[in-house]
Write a protein that binds this ligand. Structure first.
Ligand SMILES: Nc1ncnc2c1ncn2[C@@H]1O[C@H](COP(=O)(O)OP(=O)(O)OP(=O)(O)O)[C@@H](O)[C@H]1O
Length: 302
């Protein structure tokens, strides 16, 4: 089928100017005689208005030029359409793109789009909201909330917010129900991951795969704060099995397991983030995988 690509460019993501990248996209598509259009993303995150265009103009691919928040909003709105999704990473973290092996190098990212290799990936629901990368409650959500209030974006601002929050961090109380049993934990944060990272290749769920039908759950339990960075570093090599979970709870600071559904009773109303975007928190939060949710343009080796 003849390709017709709509690029959606986020004017504010990441902080870096996109003029050169947009010019390069334009030139490359023209050279290869590929029909295309570049539109801005919308702050509301609702892309229903593109449905008619997709049908009328036989759009084959939607490519997001932005970060994880943009990927979440575009895919959430349009994943029921028969289109392939692509990403030119231009966010602060780009966790989803990097997990899929899509590089930040513009030329290479454009080539992946134009090669047209796509495979299905999972996503998940957080109560009634869509997530494709990594969501969670607690400390990392607090960072996402504070980051959202800053006028400048980008990795430096994100790192500043993480450090400030680290010194203020305190554990929250959660009751976790998974695979037929439940347990209580005091934890700094609980992350639920489809992608294997927070972004910028910071990996906390090393085994997470975008197409295994599983969510990787990481619970960073209460511990002496001096131990926290070392425990997280250890987690990078972690390999805990589900059956060890109950035993691990009392002995280990970080629990790591896979499941396709988990419900968290968020007793202290810890803040919530979905794909790095701050969201209103809830008392009961259920995370459930959506198997084979959408087609993603990826490097052919993935
Ligand atoms: N046209 C627009 N004007 C203003 N804001 C927009 C517009 N389009 C999208 N947004 C908002 O931009 C925000 C940030 O987008 P995105 O997540 O892509 O970048 P980022 O946060 O810098 O990167 P990352 O999520 O990878 O860390 C989203 O909350 C989105 O709603």
């Amino acid at each position: 089928m003849k390709r017709n690509i709509v690029f959606l460019s986020n004017p504010i993501s990441g902080g870096a100017k996109k003029d050169n990248a947009l010019k390069q996209i334009e030139e490359t598509c023209k050279q290869q005689a590929i029909q295309f259009e570049i539109l801005p993303t919308v702050a509301s995150g609702n892309y229903d208005f593109l449905r008619t265009k997709i049908h009328d103009e036989k759009v084959t691919d939607i490519v997001i030029i932005g970060g994880d928040g943009s990927v979440n909003q575009v895919v959430q709105s349009l994943h029921q359409e028969k289109v392939k999704f692509g990403i030119i990473p231009f966010g602060s973290g780009n966790g989803f793109a990097l997990a899929a092996g899509i590089p930040k190098n513009i030329t290479r990212a454009i080539n992946i789009i134009l090669e047209g290799n796509a495979s299905v990936v999972d996503a998940f629901m957080v109560n009634d909201q869509f997530s494709c990368m990594l969501s969670g409650v607690g400390f990392d959500a607090k960072v996402a909330h504070d980051f959202a209030t800053k006028s400048s974006r980008g990795l430096i601002t994100y790192t500043q917010q993480s450090i400030i929050n680290f010194f203020k961090a305190h554990p929250y109380q959660f009751e976790v129900a998974v695979d037929g049993f439940s347990f209580f934990t005091e934890a700094f944060f609980i992350s639920v991951a489809n992608a294997n990272q927070f972004g910028n290749n910071v990996t906390i769920a090393p085994k997470a795969s975008l197409n295994d039908g599983m969510l990787d759950v990481v619970i960073v339990q209460k511990m002496n704060k001096a131990k926290l960075p070392f425990a997280i570093l250890k987690q990078l090599r972690g390999n805990n099995k589900m059956q060890q979970l109950v035993e691990d709870m009392s002995k280990k600071n970080i629990l790591y397991f896979q499941t396709n559904k988990i419900t968290i009773n968020n007793i202290k109303h810890a803040p919530l983030h979905i794909d790095g975007e701050p969201k209103e928190t809830a008392e009961k939060i259920t995370f459930e995988v959506i198997r084979d949710c959408f087609e993603l343009l990826q490097p052919s080796t993935n």
